[in-house]
Every structure is written in C-alpha cells, then in structure tokens.
Ligand binder design. Structure first.
Ligand SMILES: Cc1ncc(COP(=O)(O)O)c(C=O)c1O
Length: 391
C-alpha cells in the first residue's frame, strides 16, 4: 500500500499547539515548521481504531491491561532488539511527566543533573523547575558533527552529578549516539554513581548508516542504573493521546517511580491511548517504513533547496529524528536578526536556537515531518528574504 504523505491538511481550529498557537500570536499568514509533531496523519489503521473507539461513546476510566504490556514488550524486541520482562514496563502519559517525577524521586533540591546542550528545553526546564541545578555538558561542533566533550563531562561529574539526562537520539542536533559514546557515558555514570535517564522518544527515526543503541542494553550493570523512556508519540504522531512506556530494570527504582506516579495522581491512560498504541506497534510497519523514506526525501529536498537558494546556511547532518539543526551564523550570530528575517519578514515559524539554551544562538531547528509542499512554501518565503541574496 502507498500512503499519501504529500496531502496537506490544515490543523487550524484543532487547538494545535503548533499551528493555532502561532497563528494566535503572530497571525494567520504564518507557515509553521517548529514544534516537534508531524503535519502528517497517523497511520490509517490507527485513525480507524480511534474512530471506532470514538463511536463507542462511553469514554470511561481506562487501565493498561496485559495486551498493552505485551505489545510494548514485542515492540522493544522488534524495534531495538531489547527483550524485557513485562514488569519492567511502567505506563506514564507523557515522558516529560515521567522525567519530572524521576527528578523529584531520585534527586534532592540543589542536586546537580547533567544534560548535553543545546538541549530540548522542557526537560532542561524540569530540572530547574524542581530546584535542581542544571549542569550543561556543552556539545562541540567539529567538522559538522556534534561531539561530547568527555574530558569536560568527567570534570563536571567529579564535582558531583546525581543524574544524567540523556536525549538519545539527540534533539535538536540529530546525533545518534554510537555504542562507544554510550559506553563512555555509562562508564562515567558508574564511576561517579549517577543515575542514567535516557529519553529515547526519537529512536524510531534513525537514518541510513546509523544504529540506535538503548544504553541499558550495554550490560546488566548499566541496566541496573538506567531508566529508558520510550513512546509511540513521535513515531506515529500520537502526541496528544499521551502514552509513554517507561522501562525500569531495577526493581527498587521502579517501585520508587511508581510511588511517585501515584503521589502525582497519575494512573489511568486515556480511553484512546492503549488501543492506538496496540495498533500502531503491531499493524503499521509498512506505514512507518514509507514515512521514513518520506522523511529521508524531505531531508534531501531541504539540503538541495538550501544549497541552491540559501547556501550560507549549514545544515548539520542529521543521523536521526525528523528535525534539522541549521547553523545560520554566517548570516548573523544574533538571534534577533534571524527572527527578523525568518519570522517577521518571511512569515515562517521555526524553532530559534536559544529555545534550546544559550548555546543555540545563531542556529534554527526545522521540523521536516510535514508534507513537502509545506516545506517548499516555508523555504521559498525564507529564500525571498534571504539576507545575502543580492550579494
Ligand atoms: C526529546 C524529547 N523528549 C520528550 C518530548 C515530549 O514527549 P512527551 O510528549 O511524551 O512529554 C519531546 C517532544 O518534542 C522531545 O523532543
């Protein structure tokens, strides 16, 4: 079967955080390629299942039953080669909620928590909102590739870090951490006794030539101090159905996390979430494969367009995710100039770099999980106002 990812579907009027949010603040003529959900319909099998559930009409309290856990088990095995017992899997509506609870349960106010920056801000914010100290391990851009500065990271860990919040693959840089890098991270966490929380929400988009490794699979020893956050939210575009699968091998940690969920009053998934996940994880392989090809083609389309029309912009080679991190510093090091060009003049909404921390200044993040026509419209607008055009 062939799926029509080219179809443009307006999301205006759906309370879309991405579209309605921008239109509300900036006006109806904006083209939006920022917030990380896709402007593509979920697989038809999922749409059908959700419609069937909607027609049922009784939207009562829902529990995760064994088929949910078994489906996640099979998916973890099939997608990442990770065979886990059912009891390791804990349901949480959203990863951001789960991570906040882990911060609260496994660290104390004032404790230091390390992230690699630039970083997805809601998670970084969760550190500071919970009165912990965010330790920024600054990624180094070398020959177009972001690398971890392990020496600096070790010094930071020596000064005391209770938790490493890993984004794997990394948002916004698109890095897919290699096994070797993950081993070095894990080694540091063992040496300095830090908990590893790995947010693997983007793990189903790994581009050719790269391989995703779940850090907990490196050894039993590492698994014992690791918590892995997975979700069908990005993969099948189900963010608002709110279902994430938190995998915790260590019984003690798992029980403390479950207690944290209970304390926060989090226990039921929405009526639509488990059936949607079950269908997505079992019946939608073809759809996902075609989507991956579409994303790959969108990357090529973006690279070609930029090379031809905005050659000073450098797209950081994405190894995974449907996000592109673009170095715009040859246009300006000041974000205000980029906002003026892209948002004010071109009427395009992208994620500006400082929304990933101070290290992001001079960069933008593009979400290419959209019909190609939407990307084309956004890029043509940017190219028309490209500051270096007449030179
Ligand atoms: C790295 C990362 N983690 C978590 C999320 C959000 O996950 P959730 O909606 O399950 O909180 C996102 C969404 O953009 C993300 O990029």
């Amino acid at each position: 079967m062939s799926y029509n990812f080219d179809q443009v579907i307006s999301r205006l009027g759906t309370n879309s955080a991405k579209w309605d949010g921008v239109v509300d603040s900036l006006g109806e003529d904006m083209v939006v390629i920022s917030v990380a959900d896709m402007d593509l319909q979920a697989p038809p099998q999922v749409v059908e299942k959700v419609s069937e559930m909607a027609r049922h009409g009784i939207y009562g309290y829902t529990d995760p039953f064994p088929p949910y856990y078994q489906t996640v088990q099979k998916w973890l095995d099939r997608a990442y080669g990770w065979s886990v017992p059912q009891e390791w899997i804990v349901f949480s509506p959203r990863i951001i909620q789960a991570v906040s609870i882990m911060i609260q349960r496994f660290t104390e106010p004032g404790d230091r928590i390390l992230m690699h920056t630039p970083a997805y801000q809601p998670i970084a914010n969760a550190v500071e909102l919970n009165d912990r100290e965010l330790v920024e391990s600054r990624l180094q851009l070398k020959d177009g590739l972001y690398e971890i500065d392990f020496e600096a990271m070790e010094q930071q860990m020596q000064a005391g870090v209770k938790m490493v919040l890993l984004i794997s693959p990394h948002n916004p840089t698109g890095r897919v951490w290699t096994k070797c890098e993950l081993e070095r991270i894990a080694e540091l966490c063992i040496t300095y006794d830090a908990l590893i929380v790995s947010d693997d929400i983007h793990a189903d988009f790994i581009h050719e030539g790269h391989e995703h490794t779940i850090i907990a699979t490196l050894s039993e020893h590492i698994a014992e101090r690791s918590i892995i956050c997975t979700s069908p939210g990005k993969t099948f575009n189900l963010a608002s159905l709110e279902i994430a699968n938190i995998v915790i091998p260590n019984k003690h940690l798992r029980e403390r996390f479950q207690q944290g969920l209970r304390q926060a009053g989090i226990h039921n998934p929405t009526f639509f979430a488990p059936p949607a996940l079950e269908v997505a994880y079992t019946e939608c392989d073809d759809w996902l494969n075609e989507l991956r090809n579409y994303i790959t083609d969108n990357i090529s389309f973006t690279e070609d367009f930029f090379a031809e029309h905005m050659p000073a912009l450098e797209i950081v080679k994405a190894e995974g995710t449907y996000l592109l991190w673009v170095d715009c510093r040859s246009i300006s090091h000041h974000e205000s100039d980029l906002i003026e060009w892209i948002q004010t003049k071109s009427r395009v909404s992208v994620s500006f770099g400082t929304s990933f921390g101070a290290d992001g200044e001079g960069f933008i993040r593009l979400n290419i999980g959209a019909p190609r026509a939407v990307l084309q419209e956004a890029f043509e607008r940017m190219a028309r106002n490209y500051p270096l055009r007449s030179r």
